[in-house]
Design a protein around this ligand. Structure first.
Ligand code: SF4
Length: 432
């Protein structure tokens, strides 16, 4: 019998990529092969994102595009955040989808309609509405890394209640994985770089009664196993001295701080900790230890009640902090969140003006930071022929470094930076 094949299309954040890898692991365990292209696949799985309106629209567009190109008889499954949040609405609105599968649904059931199939979210009239045998995606096996780096999710869910965020409402409370399980996954992946992700990474282990410090032994252990360990999404109040020391002791002095804003009153309205002064002090602490440390953060622009004064504070912060990388996101009201109960809507035109100003300012700061690297030698990991990264660039998020094509993929090399083009660098082999 010819093995059936699948295609998994992933949208959204790195955490979704990990879920997709795990889905692939289970599909492979069920005897399916990865198709060379979606038109050949018997099963197409769209792992969606529901973070903001734009992401939801992209998810819907992708579902429709794959529906149009699937071959006769192929099954179309929608999973991920959109399926979790809007299951019933999707079932109603997208009759072309064969299965709307929340996290952990056994997807291959859709290929065997007569078996004890999982019917959660199938089209009305298409099944008896059985409940899914939920399994925890977190601890499922996944295929070996395809790139020299891989995301590893160490916890699912979040115990915070940030005003703008709907994630805890559908991803649930934080569930951290056991350290040994994470280590085993990292060993099996065989990647040179591991990028640790979670909704609230610095809180890893807290739900297991491990207090504030569970991330430290995890990073130390992984640092002995792989060349680079990178951490994404650190909530600033959990950035303890011990954690900073631990990160600075590795090769990857990269700090992805989840700041969202710097104005104290606005942060309180977001139900978040901190203010610009505290953040600057922490950044200075890190730079004292590692002057070459790289920083990334994200800000929300146009949160209800944001004023010109709040915006000016953010501008001054950027000028002072001189972070390497910043993302700016337009506030998007999310159903059921605290923020939607607040007054003080920011007009879209003003929000867009602020976004433009912030992006332009930060582009200049990023470009200056990149220009300053010209003439230096950096150690890079080669991701694909001619494309590499140093510790300063997180995969898929930050800039890249153009390197000689003959450097082997998956190898480390010392290269000399000779040029900068906005966020990207150009480097040559170091001459003896
Ligand atoms: S820390 Fe805040 S923004 Fe991040 S997932 Fe939790 S609630 Fe959402």
């Amino acid at each position: 019998m010819v093995a059936r094949s699948y295609w998994v299309e992933t949208l959204g954040c790195p955490k979704n990529q990990v879920d997709s890898d795990k889905l692939e692991g289970t599909l492979a365990a069920d005897g399916l092969l990865r198709a060379d292209d979606p038109e050949q696949a018997d099963l197409i799985v769209i792992n969606t994102c529901a973070f903001i309106e734009e992401a939801r629209q992209e998810s819907i567009d992708t579902i429709l595009a794959f529906d149009a190109q699937r071959r006769e008889g192929a099954k179309l499954v929608v999973t991920g955040c959109l399926a979790e949040r809007y299951r019933d609405e999707l079932v109603e609105a997208l009759p072309e989808v064969d299965l709307v599968a929340p996290f952990g649904t056994a997807l291959t059931s859709v290929l065997a309609p007569s078996s004890v199939a999982v019917r959660i979210g199938t089209k009305p009239g298409n099944g008896p509405g059985r409940s899914a045998p939920d399994f925890d995606l977190l601890n499922l096996p996944r295929p070996a890394a395809r790139a020299p780096w891989a995301y590893v999710k160490v916890a699912e869910g979040c115990d915070r209640n940030c005003g703008f965020c709907a994630i805890p409402s559908f991803r649930g409370k934080q569930r951290s994985r056991a350290l040994d399980d994470v280590v085993a996954e990292v060993e099996a992946l065989g990647a040179k770089e591991i990028v640790l992700v979670a909704q609230d990474l610095a809180a890893y282990g807290r739900d297991q009664g491990q207090g504030e410090r569970a991330l430290v032994p995890l990073v130390q252990r992984l640092d002995g196993l792989v060349d680079w360990v990178r951490l994404l999404y650190l909530y600033p109040s959990d950035l303890t001295d011990t954690l900073i020391d631990t990160i600075c002791a590795t090769e990857v002095a990269y700090f992805d701080l989840s700041l969202q804003h710097v104005s104290a009153p606005l942060l309180r309205r977001m139900r978040r900790w901190g203010d610009g002064e505290r953040f600057l002090a922490r950044i200075a602490d890190i730079r004292r230890r590692r002057p070459d440390a790289a920083f990334r953060t994200n800000f929300i622009v146009g949160y209800p009640g944001e004023t010109e004064a709040d915006h000016d504070q953010l501008v001054r912060f950027l000028e002072e902090a001189r972070l390497d990388w910043c993302g700016f996101f337009a506030y998007s009201p999310e159903e059921g969140t605290y923020a939607t109960t607040l007054d003080g809507d920011v007009p879209a035109s003003l929000r867009d003006e602020w976004l433009h100003e912030l992006r332009e300012l930060q582009d200049g700061i990023t470009a200056e930071a990149r220009d300053a690297l010209i003439g230096t030698t950096v150690r890079v990991l080669v991701d694909e022929p001619g494309v590499a990264r140093s510790f300063r660039e997180a995969p898929e998020i930050d800039g890249t470094i153009e390197v000689p094509e003959d450097l082997a993929v998956g190898s480390f090399a010392e290269v000399a930076v000779v040029d900068a083009l906005g966020p990207d660098l150009v480097a040559e082999r170091v001459r003896p």
